[in-house]
Ligand binder design. Structure first.
Ligand SMILES: *Cc1c(COP(=O)(O)O)cnc(C)c1O
Length: 393
């Protein structure tokens, strides 16, 4: 099938819940993607932060192939070699988080965190941040702030409230003896690429401890090297009680995980579960992916490349740029105008970038992106960001 045929079929039969691009990607390699007609794109989206290792990493591919020929599915009631290995590896990543609940996506890890927080504390309320994005199923949607995701789906889950991000006073006022948990991103991704301040994150830890609430950190986008550390919490010197991961965990294969600390209680058989959770195929992919992250020292690569990219971006002189911010290879370029035309112009230069809200261009390239590719990205951005776009207003 060529690009036009593929696009036509999807336009006819897809649910309609996605704004579809009008070209079809059929192959990837490292930081590059190829459409059905062989055209090459530089991927600066990584599927919203899934492809940290790059596309079609040979070690992940080999692990999937091997495991597919061995055992694909097994309910978590039955212990398994790949799952045991993954549990050992993933709980060794953060001191104090020694248990893990395995699932299949980001939103599922957030749902598990909320259920565990309620059952553990006997309290109902969850405090989230304005601009937060935690997923689209009912619990995680209730913690997500933007009304664009929420409107039309009410009633949402009771007990959720939102306070200004990076505002210690607001958090201090909102958390009390009825709060089961506070949930935070260390860098708000979807919300516009806003890093937390160290003071704020440390205050959140202290406030939760004082009031007997649990601290949930959502590292679904920031995890696995994205921000220049294995987990973004390492920038802030805290350990949450529950840490949500997914996206890049299994090298692109669907998988979520919730890391669990000692303050989380009452997790007994039957209270939660998932048919596909902890399946040997995803576990084998994740084992390979975690090995690659360590072997290729992707957190350090992300830190160094992030610094390089940020310096070059900050040198771009354009009256259209309001601010450039980020951490590691999670970078936001806030424009004074809507960014849709800029993202379209980048696409015409064969670069796939994301937005984060109306006015922020978000760059989440695979961490294996080369310096040559970064230079190419900067050249394209220098040209595109200089343009003042007619955004139809
Ligand atoms: C992507 C994302 C989610 C949701 O993950 P899904 O796998 O799409 O359910 C939740 N939180 C953050 C911070 C994310 O970036």
């Amino acid at each position: 099938m060529n690009t036009n045929e593929i696009v036509a079929i999807e336009n006819e039969h897809a649910s309609g819940t996605y704004a579809k691009q009008q070209f079809a990607i059929v192959r990837g390699q490292g930081a590059l993607l190829y459409d059905a007609d062989g055209k090459e794109y530089l991927d600066c989206s990584s599927g919203h932060g899934v492809a940290n290792l790059g596309h079609a990493h040979p070690k992940v591919a080999e692990a999937i192939y091997k495991q597919a020929n061995t055992l694909i599915t097994l309910f978590e009631s039955f212990p398994n070699d790949q799952r045991a290995l993954l549990m050992k590896k993933i709980t060794s990543l953060v001191d104090g988080l020694d248990r893990v609940f395995l699932c299949n996506s980001g939103t599922e890890s957030v749902e598990a965190a909320f259920k565990f927080a309620r059952i553990s504390t006997g309290r109902k309320n969850i405090v989230a941040a304005m601009r937060a994005f935690h997923g689209r199923t009912y619990g995680s949607l209730s913690a997500t702030y933007n009304k664009k995701y929420r409107e039309g789906f009410e009633p949402l889950v009771p007990g959720f409230s939102h306070v200004a991000y990076n505002n210690i006073e607001a958090l201090d006022k909102a958390v009390n003896e009825e709060t089961a948990a506070v949930i935070l991103e260390m860098v708000q991704g979807e919300g516009g690429v806003y890093p937390a301040t160290i003071e704020y994150v440390q205050a959140a830890r202290r406030i939760c401890d004082e009031r007997g609430a649990l601290l949930i950190v959502d590292e679904i986008q920031t995890g696995f090297g994205r921000t220049g550390k294995f987990f973004a919490i390492e920038h802030f010197g805290i350990t949450p009680d529950l840490l949500c991961c997914a996206k890049s965990l299994a090298g692109g294969v669907p998988m979520g995980a919730l890391l669990i600390g000692k303050n989380v209680k009452n997790l007994v058989p039957g209270i939660h579960g998932s048919t596909f959770g902890g399946n040997p195929l995803s576990c084998a992919a994740a084992n390979a992916a975690l090995d690659v992250i360590t072997e290729e020292d992707l957190p350090r690569q992300s830190e160094e490349k992030g610094k390089y990219l940020m310096e070059k971006l900050k040198a771009i002189q354009s009256p259209n740029i309001r601010e450039i911010r980020g951490l590691g290879l999670m970078v936001g370029i806030e424009m004074k105008q809507k960014v849709a035309p800029y993202i379209k112009a980048l696409q015409e230069a064969n670069i796939i970038a994301l937005n984060a809200g109306m006015t922020v261009i978000r760059l989440l390239p695979p961490l294996v992106i080369t310096y040559e590719q970064l230079d190419h990205l900067v050249d394209a951005l220098t040209e595109v960001l200089a343009m003042t776009m007619d955004d139809g207003q």
